[in-house]
Ligand binder design. Structure first.
Ligand SMILES: Nc1ncnc2c1ncn2[C@@H]1O[C@H](COP(=O)(O)OP(=O)(O)OP(=O)(O)O)[C@@H](O)[C@H]1O
Ligand SMILES: [Mg+2]
Length: 462
């Protein structure tokens, strides 16, 4: 496997007071070419950490003076500290979870399974390398406002571009999180096309739209006659993606029994078709996405914790559009160009109040909603400038009514809007509103009546 040589030179620190565990783990890891340092106590380990270049730490939950959890907490105060793998007794999953909450990278239960140990170590080292590379890259990459087809100039998007560049060079499984329409699929594609797998297939699988009973054969394929209706052999998507990338969208929707099968595939890198008995080796990188809080699904028992940690070696979070509004003007320009081309139009500008409305709107549907909004405006707008009337009313309303009213240059309408605004500003206190408007309360009430702003019950109150 490529990259193996570099990974094998990594240094691993093992901390446990049980001599036997130290011996067994050291033997396995040294045999694989890793440099191993051992410690019998947390205190000793902390001083060794200061004096040696350690790439990953394995620490037992139970130590003489200081618990493994406290150890994690201390080590993790330094943001650039290496990943920590916690050893726990069989069946004490709460301890493992507690450790992960404090910042541990993963856990292993005793007695440690050799293959599992090696996989987790590889993942930890992979992550450590990504962190180091990202640190180095951040300082050299100049600011770019697009990456593949992804547009963005905000700090968070710049960081995301860096992470994509780094992650693409590895084979780590990546979990992409973000609200609907934030660009998760776009990021998944960017990872694939930036990687050495670019000329192999990118296969998206939507776990939410596939019927549960079909997902298994869709993913893994089936043999002829394996179930009623399986008239022919079918090659599954994972097998089809060999050498490339599988994008598992809405991963939280993967049914529990399939989660187990999928986990086995991730661990062993081989599949078995439904109804088949042959093990088939498959080399795919798995990128998954969710708009849910997957950790919470784990807590609720809807998602396997072990699968969660396997999929989640690297997490890329895409923030909602409302938290990076500085990206909006660039995105608008991008979509204007796109839909001009598609519709053979030549719209060259948008009014300032249109931009103002776009900047103020909350964008619950994120970039997808913005894209649809611009498409609609381009299609509807007959001139070369998009004006407010071509925005959907919910977005148009972001610009204050008084501002909109001046467009009609209708004096009466403007007066009404100013009164409404003053009332809103004074929390409907008429005396205060009158003060704001520079008229008497009585004048205000007359005007309110004229504009139909007084309810009949209020009318008789005076
Ligand atoms: N940063 C961006 N730059 C350019 N286009 C973007 C960006 N983010 C999203 N888009 C566009 O917005 C639309 C939605 O993106 P995408 O399908 O990747 O979102 P998603 O997060 O997968 O949404 P969902 O959760 O609904 O599946 C696509 O047409 C995509 O091209
Ligand atoms: Mg999507």
């Amino acid at each position: 496997m490529e990259g193996m040589i570099i990974l094998n030179q990594a240094t691993i620190l093992i901390v446990d007071d049980e001599i036997n565990t130290l011996k067994v783990l050291s033997a396995i890891l040294s045999k694989k070419g890793y440099e191993v340092i051992t410690s019998h106590s947390a205190e000793d380990a902390l001083s060794k950490l200061n004096n040696a270049n350690v790439d990953t730490i394995i620490v037992d939950y139970k130590l003489p003076n200081m618990s493994g959890i406290d150890f994690v907490e201390i080590v993790k105060r330094d943001a650039s500290s290496p990943p920590i793998i916690m050893l726990t007794a069989f069946g004490s999953i709460e301890k493992a979870v507690e450790a992960m909450k404090k910042g541990a990278f993963n856990y292993l239960t005793k007695p440690v399974n050799k293959d599992e140990l090696l996989t987790v170590i590889r993942e930890a080292l992979d992550k450590q390398r990504l962190i180091q590379e990202n640190k180095a890259l951040k300082s050299i990459i100049r600011e770019r406002h697009s990456f593949q087809n992804i547009i963005g100039k905000s700090r968070v998007m710049q960081d995301l571009f860096n992470m994509i560049a780094v992650v693409s060079k590895s084979n780590s499984n990546v979990l992409i999180t973000g609200e609907s329409g934030t660009g998760k699929e776009l990021v998944a594609k960017a990872i694939h096309y930036e990687s050495s797998r670019a000329d192999k297939p990118f296969i998206p699988i939507d776990c939410a739209t596939l019927p549960a009973e079909l997902i298994e054969s869709e993913l893994f394929g089936h043999e002829k006659g394996s179930f009623t209706g399986a008239y022919d052999k079918k090659i599954g998507q994972i097998e089809l993606a060999d050498g490339g990338t599988v994008f598992l969208d809405e991963i939280s929707e993967l049914p529990l029994p399939l989660q187990k099968k999928f986990l086995r595939f991730l661990q062993e890198k081989e599949i078995m078709r439904v109804g088949g008995s042959k093990r088939i080796n498959v080399d795919v990188r798995v990128v998954s996405a969710t708009n849910r809080d997957l950790q919470e699904e784990v807590n609720k028992g809807n998602f396997r914790e072990d699968l969660f940690y396997r999929l989640n070696v690297v997490t890329l979070r895409i923030p909602p559009l409302r938290d990076r509004k500085e990206d909006i003007p660039l995105l608008v320009e991008h979509f204007l160009n796109k839909f001009n081309k598609v519709n053979n139009k030549h719209i060259s500008s948008i009014d300032t109040d249109v931009m103002q409305a776009l900047m103020q709107y909350n964008w619950k549907g994120n970039v997808r909603e913005l894209e649809n909004t611009i498409e609609r405006a381009v299609v509807l707008c007959p001139s070369d400038t998009i004006t407010l009337r071509y925005l959907p009313s919910g977005i148009r309303d972001m610009v204050s009514d008084t501002q909109q009213a001046t467009y009609g240059l209708n004096l009466l309408h403007t007066e009404k809007m100013l009164i409404v605004k003053a009332l809103e500003q004074s929390s409907y206190n008429q005396t205060k509103a009158a003060e704001i408007l520079g008229i008497s309360r009585k004048q205000l009430r007359t005007k309110m009546k004229h504009h139909g702003l007084l309810s009949s019950s209020e009318d008789t109150l005076e």
